[in-house]
Design a protein around this ligand. Structure first.
Ligand code: PEP
Ligand code: MN
Length: 359
């Protein structure tokens, strides 16, 4: 599928030197909180104001959004500040009410984009409305690129041409410094598959804490994301949802001015030489992987002849520990080395099982 005829989410933003920055509270809570946050953000030059009206909460009993009433507050934000306004939709009714209130940008949340029935319902409502509204599709909670692309296609097929994606990280089980760890290779692959599609980063839901917003935003800009969506609240400590990750408009302004925009039009001659080095090193790596797999297959034959099991836990544990500690001493991260070794090990096991099954 290639998405022909896409139009910018917002004219003039999301191009080199002018990222598309959207900011605003996780939830619109009161008219006062919504307008006060919006006024401060408008003064920092923000062009798109976000606020959740209907909130998908993991557990019942939390604040589930102010509902339809809040749409009128967003309308006031638009009238008073001139900013465009964005909110999350998850059902046909949300789409209809948001469009009726003149919302400019709709986004589909991570829990909703994981559900094709819900995305189809939203797409049908959009198609029936015929509105030229912008729609941003957050990555599904699970790291499934096809599901993400499927959701984008449904919205595109409904006639939406102001279409974009948002990388907000993925759910996981266990410990992490992130609330929803990013998996950058997934939006990178999305960009390779759909080069014209704008991709925004949401460092707030990714990091889940204030101090991760600046570094994640910089990382996203360095990776040429189209823009950022950042949660800001006039008094974050009192926010009714996601308070740990919301920042004040003042802090937002400081972060925004500290971000470095790389100029991708720069001369790439010296980069060329470095890229050639990378190409050579990759060729050597491929050769080494191949040699390693050959040895691994020899081991497989030996194990078969001696009726030994393919996986030997102790050996695997020792191997991971020694390589990871060596990698850390060289300045690489333990997580990175573990991921590489696990992938190599899985392929070795697969090849050895293949040998075991040969006659
Ligand atoms: C949000 O943007 O407020 C939100 C609920 O995000 P996500 O769907 O990424 O959790
Ligand atoms: Mn939120």
């Amino acid at each position: 599928m290639n998405l022909e005829g896409l139009k910018p989410i917002v004219e003039g933003l999301g191009v080199v030197g002018s990222p598309l920055v959207m900011a605003g509270p996780c939830s619109a809570e009161t008219e006062e909180q919504t307008l006060s946050t919006a006024r401060q953000l408008a003064m920092s030059g923000v062009k798109v104001f976000r606020a959740g009206i209907w909130k998908p909460r993991t557990k019942p009993g939390g604040f589930e959004g102010i509902g339809k009433e809040g749409l009128q507050w967003l309308r006031r934000v638009k009238e008073e500040t001139g900013m465009l306004v964005a909110t999350e939709v998850a059902t046909r009714r949300h789409v209809e009410e948001a469009l009726e209130a003149g919302i400019d940008i709709l986004w589909i949340g991570a829990r909703t984009s994981a559900n094709p029935f819900a995305v189809q319902e939203i797409s049908d409502a959009l198609k029936e409305s015929g509105a030229d509204v912008a729609v941003l599709v957050k990555n599904p909670v699970n790291p499934d690129l096809e599901l993400w692309i499927g959701a984008l296609e449904r919205i595109y097929n409904a006639g939406i041409r102001r279409l974009g994606a948002i990388h907000r990280g993925f759910s996981f089980y266990g410990k992490s410094i992130y609330r929803n760890p990013p998996q950058w290779h997934i939006p990178i692959e999305l960009h390779r598959r759909l080069p014209d599609l704008p991709i925004v980063c949401d460092p707030s839901h990714m990091g889940g804490k204030r101090e991760l917003i600046a570094p994640l935003s910089q990382q996203a800009l360095d990776m040429k994301f189209t823009g950022l969506m950042i949660e800001c609240h006039c008094s974050p400590d009192e926010a009714w949802s996601d308070k740990n990750q919301q920042i004040t408009p003042e802090i937002f302004k400081i972060i925004l001015s500290s971000l470095v925009l790389r100029n991708s039009e720069q001369n790439t001659e010296s980069l060329q030489a470095l890229r050639q080095q990378i190409d050579r090193i990759d060729t050597e790596l491929l050769d080494l992987y191949n040699k390693r797999m050959q040895v691994s297959r020899e081991i497989g034959k030996y194990k078969k002849e001696h009726s030994m099991p393919v996986v030997q836990e102790n050996r695997y544990d020792d191997l991971i520990k020694s390589r990871v500690s060596a990698a850390v001493q060289m300045g690489m991260s333990a997580d990175f080395m573990k991921t590489v070794l696990q992938a190599i090990h899985e392929e070795s096991v697969r090849q050895q099982i293949e040998i075991l099954n040969q006659n």
